[in-house]
Each structure stands twice: as structure tokens, then as C-alpha cells.
Design a protein. Structure first.
Length: 119
């Protein structure tokens, strides 16, 4: 873990919190003994970016504003329309993040794949 902390410039206690969250989500597992630490629980091409973000930050949403009224009976001066838009935007973001695996991100970082585009 010290190596990861040094390479990422993250304080070791904060990194430990992140790794515990990833372990709780089943993305990494701890390995005891000499050379122990954390290892990925699944192959990199099976770990989605959305899973990592959810494990560390919680569910992928653009805010917890409750459910919008769907029948037009909104008594909040149009606020329900905005809630519906925010909900859809969160779903788009979640779907977008599901399109990246840990392997695909590593390929981009190594220069073996093109940078993600806005297309």
C-alpha cells in the first residue's frame, strides 16, 4: 500500500479507506503474508468504472432530490420537471461510466488506446 500511496500522492490513511470501500464492493480482496496487500478480485476487463465510482462515492446520481411527479401534478412551480431532468442526467452519466472498464482505462493511460471523446 505504501507504494500506491507514494505513486498517487495520497495519504496512506485515505488510501486505506478507499481500498476498504473497494473491498466491501468485492472489487479487491486482501492478501495476507509476505508481499501481501490488496489484489483485484476480478480481471480488469470485468471491473466497470461505474462500480469503482459507486464503491468509493456511493450511488451515481446528480443529487438526491426525491422522485419527481410524473403526472403533471407538481405543486412546486415546475421543480418536478427539473427533478426529472436531473434524474435522467444521472442515468446518462451512470450509463456512460459503465462503458469503461479498468482495462480500457489502463490502455488509454499507456497510450495503447485513443483518449475518450465526447462523441
Amino acid at each position: 500500500m505504501r507504494d500506491i500511496a507514494e505513486r498517487t500522492a495520497l495519504p496512506q490513511p485515505y488510501l486505506e479507506q478507499i481500498l476498504l470501500a473497494l473491498k466491501g464492493a468485492g472489487l479487491v480482496r486482501s492478501k495476507r503474508g509476505v508481499g501481501g496487500g490488496y489484489v483485484l478480485a476480478r480481471p480488469t476487463d470485468e471491473i466497470l468504472l461505474s462500480e469503482i465510482v459507486s464503491a468509493v462515492d456511493g450511488p451515481i446520481t446528480l443529487g438526491d432530490f426525491g422522485e419527481p411527479h410524473a403526472d403533471g401534478a407538481c405543486d412546486h412551480e415546475g421543480q418536478c420537471v427539473l427533478l426529472a431532468i436531473w434524474k435522467q442526467a444521472g442515468e446518462v452519466m451512470r450509463t456512460y461510466l459503465e462503458g469503461f472498464t479498468l482495462a480500457s482505462i489502463a490502455n488509454v493511460a499507456r497510450g495503447d488506446a485513443p483518449w475518450p471523446s465526447a462523441d
